[in-house]
Every structure is written in C-alpha cells, then in structure tokens.
Design a protein around this ligand. Structure first.
Ligand code: SPV
Ligand code: MG
Length: 544
C-alpha cells in the first residue's frame, strides 16, 4: 500500500469547500481501499463511505452489526490510499451524543473529512427496508450534532445532518422543522433522503429550504431524474451511494458461476482486470523504487570475464568460421555451457572478450568486448580490454574450458583476494608440457580435498619444471573486490612498462606474487577439461 502524503489544503477543508461551492459536486461510494482507489482514479472529488456497502462488503447487515471501530478500520485503509476527502456514513452516530463525540474525535485523528448522521434510533434500519424507521427525538438529535461540533479537533471537519422524515412518512413540514433545528445545532449541511422513484419531494424540500445551508441528496431511487435538475435546484452535492458495491457483486457472482460451470478460466480471462492492473492499483512500482532507496543491497554480485579471443590453431578445419569457444559440443557451443555454469552459480554479469571471428559469438545476455589485435597479442591484452569489468568480485575464465558445476561453487566459497583452481590429478612428469604449471606451499593431500582447504600459490608458469609442479591451473581464477583492484593496477603497470603485448595470465599472477600478493589455490582432481585439439573436443563430448 502506498500511503498518500498529506495534501494541502486538508481533506477537511477540501470537503467543506466542496459543500459550499456554488456548483454541483459528486461523491462516489467506496467500501474498502480498492474501491476508494478506483473512485479517486475515476476523478471524483470525494468519497461516500457507505454504511450499506461497508457492511455488505464485510458480509453483515446494514443494521450496525459491524461495530464502529470495525468501520473505522475500513475507513483507515480507504483514507490512507487516497487524497480526496471522505464523508463517512455514520448511521445514527453509533449511540448517544457521547458515543458520537468520541467518533468525531477519532475521525479527525484519521483525517476523515466529514460524517453524516441520520435522525433515527440505534441500531439503524436501512432506509429502503420496510423495517422500523422511527425518528429520533428532535432535541436529542440536535444535542448529538452540537456535541459532535464541539468535539471536532479540526475547524474544517463537517457534520451532515441526514433527514429521515420523508422516509418515515412524517412529511415535508417535519423534514423542514428538523432541518432548521439541526442547522441551528451546527450542522454544516443537511441530507434530505427519499425513497420515491421521482425527485419531486426532494426538489420541493430544496425549494422550501432555500439553501439556508448546503443540501446533499442520494438519488438511488429517483435515478432517472436528469442531473441538471439538481443543478437548477441549487443542490450542493449528489451521492452515488452504492454502485461500486453493486457492480462488484454482479461481476463477482458472474465470474464465480462461470468458472464453476466451465471448470476453466479461458472464458473469463479477457473479461477481468489483468494482473498488471491489479499491481498498478496498489502502486507496486513505488515499492520497487523505495526498495532501491532504503533496502541495503545484500545480494552478492559476481561478474565474470571470459577470455575467448583465440581461434584454436590446432582445430584449424573446425574453426574456419568460428572461434574455438563456439565449437559445438552435443548441440551447443562450449561457451554457452560455460556461461550457463557461471549463471547457475550466481555469476550473472558475464563479459566475453572475443577476437577471431567475433561475429560468430552470438550468445544473448552477455557483454561482448572485442580484442581486434588478438592475432598478434597475448591473453592479457584481451583481459585489459575488459579491465573496466574487473570491479568488485569477479571470476576470470578461459573460454575453452568445461568443468563440473561444483568446481565453481568451490572457487566462489574459498576466501582470498586471488583464488585459483588447480588440478592435482597428475603430478611431476605426467603433466602436459604446455600446461600452466603451479607449485604451491604443499602438494595436494586428501585433507585439502576433503576439507576444501586451500593452499598458497608459490609459483606459476614458464619457469617451473614438471618435477617441481604440484598441478595445473585450469584457467579459472576468482578475484575479490581488492583482487580486482590489484589486477587492474598490475595491468596498468604492465601496459606502462610495455610488457603487456605477449603476456599471459600466468605472467600476471607471477607479477602479483612478486608484489607479495598471496594467491590461494583450491585443488581438484579432474572434474574439468580444456579443448585445444580434436582429442579435447572428443573428451568434451564424453564429459557431458
Ligand atoms: C448508505 O449508503 O449506506 C446509505 C444510503 O445510507 S442509503 O442506503 O441509500 O440509505
Ligand atoms: Mg447508510
């Protein structure tokens, strides 16, 4: 719910102006927050909080079966979501003068602009029912009005005195006599009620009353009378008293019966408000805006930069029209699988650095950056093309690798500014000579694997012999926000020193080591592969 900010002038003042303005004003019935919103959206200048409608919407009779505090609660919903004034149908005032003055104070506290009370006996009977329409004692009712006026805490709050003399069959003179008494007691307006199908008696009243105070009418029964007749008669305000309730009743009944009959929604879908209408009505977009302003964003945001610029020279025939990362493995490109793994682990902001045949990289929802010097430069030039994406927590990955999903989860859950995944399946001479060899503080043990215990990286890349190596870097590294900063700074330094063009990721990591950064290594055994040649491609097909 979006509470309406207080308006100026106040709702009370606006209602008072509406009563006293020379033109004809209209109040439309509402009975809950939703109908109040609809009434305001329709352009009405005020709301009639109908006792009949509120009771019926609560499933009870218009006989004071709903307590006044229950009515007040409904009113609060109506008032909170609207900026136009509300005239409450206060029945007979829910008791004597004392109950009424307490009601008036509560209404003022809740910015309800006005209340209408009718001169009958508690519990009231609806004016269109053939029940007891006994009128209240005239002096007692005048005293009730006076008590209300003396209790209002806002000077512009209005009390409308509703005359039931015509309903009770007591005639025009009685209506006029009472109007006079209530006006004298302080009523700001009188409501002359009638159950006739023609407007003659209320027009007669208006003529006799001669606007000693504003006149309000409820043309529920004499609805055929042209509205201009009321203008001509100098009526202040017309209340359309119960038509939103009646509209909803017939619409809901029809929909319920149809769905019950057809056991399907097909026949009604186009005839009911769509859900975006529902969400709009209560201002969900405002909530989304407010969340941006007030809710700390605690979601972990992890970006990724995928280095995928190279052709894959050992796959010459297969990479005539596409880079290696777009090679098909069981119906989809390697890169799409890689991006899906990243997304699956919550890494949703993915940047791919392309080079060779970059136009063939057509994956949706990834940011594409092109290293057009891919043929004559190394992978760090590609990385530096996406340096502005190295902010916050970030994964850097080669574009030609596939790995089991939990490898990435392991990487993301390991603390450290720079964390590498290294495969310890093969050690020493068994390692491929072209692999990115690593040496760590200790070789992989069962402890490392069972407890996901990282070790420190000591060396990586070219200078290592196969005998010295503890494993192979798989081409996946996670940077913390600080790690990203360190990498950006190192890239800038390398560029400055003219040492970037042919440099590799292991070169970058070696430089970080030399600067005293302590990268962490999580060991895995297998669980991944890279695609460098047709054998790699065949392994990839079997890997899935
Ligand atoms: C109401 O809407 O509850 C009224 C008006 O009091 S009427 O039902 O027409 O009397
Ligand atoms: Mg009523």
């Amino acid at each position: 719910m979006t509470d309406k900010t207080p308006v100026s002038p106040s709702k009370m003042k606006r209602f008072r102006d509406l009563l006293t303005s020379p033109g004809l004003s209209f109040l439309m019935e509402a009975h809950n927050g939703m109908s109040a919103l609809i009434v305001e959206d329709a352009g009405f200048e005020g709301i009639w909080a109908s006792g009949l409608s509120i009771s019926t919407a609560l499933g009870v009779r218009d006989r004071n079966e709903a307590s006044w505090t229950q009515v007040l609660e409904v009113l609060e919903f109506m008032s909170d979501v609207t900026s136009i004034p509300i005239l409450l149908d206060g029945d007979t005032g829910y008791g004597d003068f004392n109950n009424f003055r307490r009601l008036v104070r509560k209404l003022c506290q809740r910015s309800i602009a006005a209340v209408c009370i009718e001169d009958k006996i508690f519990p009231k009977t609806n004016s269109f029912l053939d029940g007891d329409q006994t009128l209240a004692n005239i002096d007692e009712f005048a005293g009730k009005i006076k008590a209300g006026k003396d209790s209002q805490t806002d000077p512009d709050f209005s009390i409308v005195a509703r005359l039931e003399a015509l309903i009770a069959g007591r005639g025009m003179d009685e209506a006029l006599r009472r109007a006079e008494a209530y006006h004298a007691a302080g009523a700001d307006a009188v409501l002359i009620h009638s159950r006739k199908s023609g407007a003659e008696e209320i027009l007669h009243f208006a003529k006799e009353w001669a606007n000693r105070c504003p006149v309000v009418i409820v043309p529920t029964m004499y609805y055929r009378t042209p509205t201009d007749r009321y203008r001509e008669a100098g009526i202040s305000t017309v209340i359309w008293a119960n038509h939103n309730l009646r509209a909803s009743l017939s619409a809901m009944r029809e929909v319920s019966l149809k769905i019950r009959r057809e056991e399907s929604l097909v026949g009604i879908e186009d005839h009911v408000a769509n859900l975006s209408d529902v969400f709009d009505l209560t201002g969900n977009s405002e909530l989304a805006e407010a969340e941006k302003r007030y809710l700390p964003d605690t979601r972990r945001r992890i970006g990724a930069v995928v280095l995928a610029a190279s052709r894959g020279s050992q796959l010459a025939d297969l990479t005539v029209d596409r880079p290696k990362c777009m090679l098909d493995v069981r119906g989809e490109p390697i890169l799409r699988r890689l991006v899906r793994s990243l997304r699956g682990s919550g890494v949703d902001d993915v940047t791919v650095v392309c080079g060779y045949r970059h136009e063939a990289m057509t994956l949706p929802d990834v940011r594409k950056v092109v290293n057009d010097a891919y043929a004559s430069t190394g992978e760090l030039v590609s990385l530096s093309r996406a340096a502005d994406r190295l902010v916050g927590e970030c994964v850097v990955s080669y574009g030609d690798i596939l790995f089991r999903d939990h490898v990435l989860d392991l990487l993301l859950n390991t603390k450290g500014d720079v964390v590498l995944v290294c495969d310890a399946a093969k050690q020493g001479p068994a390692l491929k000579p072209n692999a990115d060899l690593v040496r760590c503080a200790s070789p992989c043990t069962a402890d490392h694997l069972v407890h996901d215990q990282p070790v420190e990286l000591e060396r990586i890349g070219g200078g290592l012999t196969q005998d010295e190596a503890h494993g192979e870097w798989v081409g996946l590294v996670r940077l913390s926000a600080r790690g990203s900063e360190l990498v950006r700074a190192e890239l800038a330094a390398m560029k400055e020193a003219g040492e970037m063009d042919h440099a590799t990721m292991p070169d970058l990591l070696s430089r970080l080591l030399a600067r005293g950064v302590r990268p962490q290594v999580v060991y895995i055994i297998g669980l991944w592969l890279d695609v460098n040649d047709v054998f790699g491609l065949a392994r990839a097909r079997n890997f899935l």
